[in-house]
Design a binder for this molecule. Structure first.
Ligand code: CA
Length: 615
């Protein structure tokens, strides 16, 4: 086994003779000058470690119960020159191992890299299911699971090259960011396609491509104005992770006397009355038999994972992180992680998946929420699950005191709880639950209303590959249902939905709608930064505005069955009195009289308001 994927490509001959040295390189002039290397080899802890490099010192060596591991704390002084640090491992006078450890120069402005924000529309892709750009990498010698496109839970062969080849498709629709389900190695015997059972934190799964391929994909995305958000998983690893055969410490994993599954009750983490027993099961129970639960109270492990995040940001040039199962690991460890990343990259952004459907419970997890127990997650962004639930139901119900359109209104009315509502990620669909098209009863009009709402309300927008193709599936029987292959992504596919000709009339209608909506959103400052004002839904109409001092956009969601409604705008005078005309951003139609606005049954109307005729 070599760990030299990086050194061997950039520095010619790979001198790494250790089984593992992680990370395999670092950078000079990081804000935090310390770094902890994990060295792994037979009885490595019985060696003496030395290095001789100007500006770099060994500050501490940490031995653990397992003599095959040694943790080496380095101090890298500011203004140290980039170069190869030669690290030697001796026994007495005998040189046992010698390793080249590259210290690289940081890319320009690396620490000020911007993260994703409310100006972004994120396209979520499950890499195994999007496009197979390189059928030659589908099967890898030595990897446990072989490709089998017929198996719903099998690996289908999609890869990074496939994504790279279809960036124009994504860009044209108006997306400005991509979130990929985890790309790190999942060398698991079964169901390894989804990526959430990582077996090597420092390596892209060879069936998706190489680390270098990932870096190149990020570069290509950036050139097209698309940010890359990397999915990370700290709660658990795969049970075929390389360290499972020889764990560094006894407390590396959370383990009960017998297999104990998480109770998945995330409220226990913030509940002032929670029992220790319930809390332990939530945070230390395993997600699955194949997903050992990592113990982030173990400081060496926590540090390992923190450095891993920084390594990927710096190596690949990321614009964001999506953290899986956020409240499940030790919450203090996660807060240290978030704080450390944001210290290194103050403009960066990270979104946590906390699958919690009540704002009162979810707000606990956003940075600077004044929690009574003193907890501060330091996590800037959250997936907006309360909004997700509301969007699923809102258009299928009659609007009453608290149902139908009132659901959207009520979720937003809870925004006083969030320290930063604009940093909530609004998503009508993701890889874990039923398809949007399913939830709207396969009704195209309702689907458009959801999309229009999600794209114009406050926050960051995230959609899921295949929404635009009306991919269907409730996800209840099988997750494979909601993770189908993108038609045209594989050589020999009968249809190619990447092209207009390969899509049905309905699919094209949605692609066109989305293209107009997202390209409007992309350039609309008022959506990116504007305030929100909304009016209590009445008569199956929900009207809201996004506005700044200069401009405003009006959104009318009409969930009634009555055709050709005329919406009297007198009630909205507090905003509308400043405007004399408008433009429908989907149809391009000019509206010269704003006193009554036409609205057809089950529709979303988005009107950019203008102050005078000449605008
Ligand atoms: Ca492939």
């Amino acid at each position: 086994m070599t760990q030299g994927f990086f050194t061997s490509t950039l520095f010619g001959k790979n001198k790494t003779e250790l089984k593992k040295l992680e990370p395999a390189n670092w950078w000079v002039d990081m804000k935090v000058p310390t770094l902890q290397l994990m060295a792994y080899d037979n009885l490595i802890s019985e060696t003496q470690v030395t290095l001789d490099y100007p500006g770099v010192e060994i500050r501490q060596l940490t031995k653990v119960n397992n003599p095959n591991y040694l943790f080496i704390d380095l101090f890298i002084k500011p203004e140290t020159h980039p170069g190869n640090v030669s690290i030697s491992f001796h026994q007495g006078k005998k040189l046992i191992k010698q390793v080249d450890f590259p210290l690289l120069e940081r890319p320009n402005n690396s620490s000020n890299r911007p993260g994703f924000n409310a100006s972004d529309a994120i396209y979520l892709i499950m890499p195994d299911r999007f496009a197979n750009g390189n059928p030659a990498n589908d099967d890898q010698p030595g990897m446990l699971e072989k490709a089998n496109r017929k198996a719903p839970y099998g690996r289908h062969g999609g890869d990074l090259q496939g994504i790279s080849e279809h960036l124009d498709y994504i860009q044209k629709m108006g997306f400005t960011a991509i979130w990929l389900n985890p790309v790190q190695e999942n060398n698991q015997p079964r169901s390894s396609y989804h990526g959430y059972a990582i077996t090597d934190y420092y390596k892209v799964d060879a069936r998706l491509g190489s680390n270098e391929d990932f870096k190149q994909l990020v570069d290509k995305c950036n050139q097209k104005g698309i940010k890359m958000i990397m999915d990370m998983v700290f709660n658990h690893c795969g049970h075929f992770h390389w360290w499972m055969d020889d764990l560094p410490t006894e407390d590396w994993l959370n383990q009960f006397p017998e297999f104990t599954r998480s109770n998945y009750r995330l409220s226990t983490v913030s509940d002032p009355y929670a029992s220790q027993d319930d809390l332990a099961k939530t945070t230390q129970g395993w997600f699955d038999t194949s997903m050992p639960d990592l113990n982030l109270c173990q400081p060496l492990l926590l540090n390992y994972l923190i450095q891993n995040s920084i390594w990927w940001i710096e190596y690949a040039g990321l614009s964001g992180i999506r953290m899986d199962t956020y409240p499940y690991p030790d919450k203090d460890g996660m807060a240290i992680w978030a704080q450390r990343i944001m210290q290194e990259y103050p403009q960066f952004n990270m979104v946590g998946e906390a699958w919690i459907s009540q704002t009162s419970k979810l707000a606990y997890w956003q940075k600077d929420f004044p929690n009574r127990d003193g907890y501060n997650s330091h996590l800037p962004s959250l997936m907006d699950f309360p909004m997700y639930e509301a969007m699923k139901a809102a258009f299928n119900e009659k609007t009453t005191w608290d149902k139908g359109l009132l659901r959207l209104y009520d979720v937003l009315a809870d925004d006083h709880l969030y320290p930063d509502p604009m940093n909530m990620v609004v998503f009508p669909e993701n890889h874990d639950a039923g398809r949007l098209f399913h939830f709207v009863g396969k009704n195209l009009k309702k689907l458009k209303m959801v999309l229009a709402f999600a794209a114009t309300t406050r926050g960051i927008l995230q959609l899921y590959y295949g929404s635009e193709l009306l991919m269907d599936g409730d996800g209840l029987k099988s997750h494979a249902d909601i993770r189908k292959d993108f038609p045209g992504g594989w050589p020999g596919d009968k249809t190619n939905a990447f092209t207009k000709e390969g899509r049905t009339k309905q699919q094209n209608e949605v692609v066109e709608f989305m293209t107009r909506l997202l390209n409007y959103r992309k350039n609309s400052e008022v959506i990116h930064t504007g305030k929100l004002i909304h009016f209590i839904p009445e008569d199956e109409l929900y009207v809201y505005f996004r506005y700044t001092d200069e401009e405003a956009v009006m959104v009318i969601l009409n969930n009634s069955k009555a055709e050709n409604k005329k919406v009297n705008t007198k009630r909205f005078n507090e905003i509308m009195r400043y405007f004399t005309q408008g433009t429908n951003i989907i149809t391009g139609e000019k509206i010269t009289d704003l006193s009554f606005i036409k609205s057809s049954a089950k529709s979303a109307t988005i009107i950019e308001l203008n102050k005078n005729q000449d605008d």
